[in-house]
Design a protein around this ligand. Structure first.
Ligand code: SAM
Length: 269
């Protein structure tokens, strides 16, 4: 287990911060290395940390943290708003419905995090972004620091993304009310690929999309007959070569049938 020291910053706490930042963000954790060793850090910037934190603490993501294989930092960027009302949004220039996230609080939050931890790979959740794929999850699983920005309302002031060098990532061709579900999907897809996180590391390499591949084959377990449906006979043959061959055929058939785009040599996974 890699040792990591978690220091909780209390309201008005004493940890270091860029002098430009007052007041300090309240109730966020700083992750500090011990013996100079860092574990990968996923930082999620959101207006709804209460929605995100329980998910990060549960199941595989929670276990990964307990095993010391990853650390999460959930930050409410409203804590970086400078005005009395802690405003983070405003009406869009040019008119139209809804509100837009102002650049200053988010920029202050990102700059504070980078001051404390070093540079992050910065991704903003955005329906107009590059579709999220397994290849990006694979990249992020070996990235030291990842920052995921969750939008709300009509989204971000474009200058924030340009100025801070954000990449934009989309979860799919539909619109959610916020980026939190996307940030959790990305975190989970990446963290489960970190060696030691899953019970058997082979699980991840045999999953759909791994290494630019196609879909997984069908799986079966007990009982052998269920509602008159039988498990394919080859799976009881004890012949590992025949089983592997059957699974490969099934995977290929499924891929061609359901996702012919993945069967092409130049697929984007
Ligand atoms: N006006 C934006 C548009 O049409 O592209 C939609 C904004 S949406 C209501 C608010 C926030 O939810 C976005 O800034 C983004 O963070 C998140 N979001 C919604 N749908 C998303 C998707 N498909 N992929 C990633 N993020 C999404």
């Amino acid at each position: 287990m890699i040792p990591v020291n978690m220091e909780k910053i209390a309201p008005g706490g004493t940890g270091s911060s860029p002098p430009c930042l007052t007041p300090r963000p309240r109730g966020v954790y700083l992750v500090r290395p011990i013996f100079g060793v860092y574990v990968p850090l996923f930082s999620i910037l959101t207006l709804f940390p209460d929605a995100v934190e329980p998910y990060l603490g549960a199941s595989i993501l929670g276990l990964a943290r307990k095993k010391g294989l990853v650390e999460y930092l959930c930050v409410d960027f409203r804590d970086f708003a400078r005005d009395r009302h802690r405003t983070v949004d405003d009406r869009p220039f040019g008119g139209g419905p809804g509100m837009v996230l102002r650049p200053e609080p988010i920029a202050a939050c990102v700059e504070w995090l980078e001051h404390e931890h070093g540079p992050f790979r910065k991704l903003a959740l955005c329906p107009a972004g590059t579709p999220f794929r397994q290849s990006l999850a694979e990249e992020l699983s070996t990235t030291e620091r990842v920052l995921l920005l969750c939008g709300r309302y009509e989204g971000y002031d474009q200058r924030l993304l340009d100025e801070l060098g954000f990449e934009t990532v989309s979860l799919g061709d539909y619109v959610l009310s916020g980026g939190e579900l996307g940030a959790m999907a990305i975190t989970e897809a990446a963290v489960r690929l970190i060696p030691g996180v899953l019970g058997d590391d082979r699980s991840a390499t045999e999953d759909s999309f791994h290494g630019g591949g196609g879909l997984d084959h069908p799986h079966y377990t007990r009982p052998r007959v269920w509602r008159e449906r039988e498990v394919p006979e080859v799976l009881f043959s004890g012949n590992h070569e025949s089983i592997a061959e059957w699974r490969a055929e099934q995977a290929q058939e499924r891929t061609l049938d359901r996702r012919p785009d993945l069967a092409k040599d130049d697929n984007q996974n």
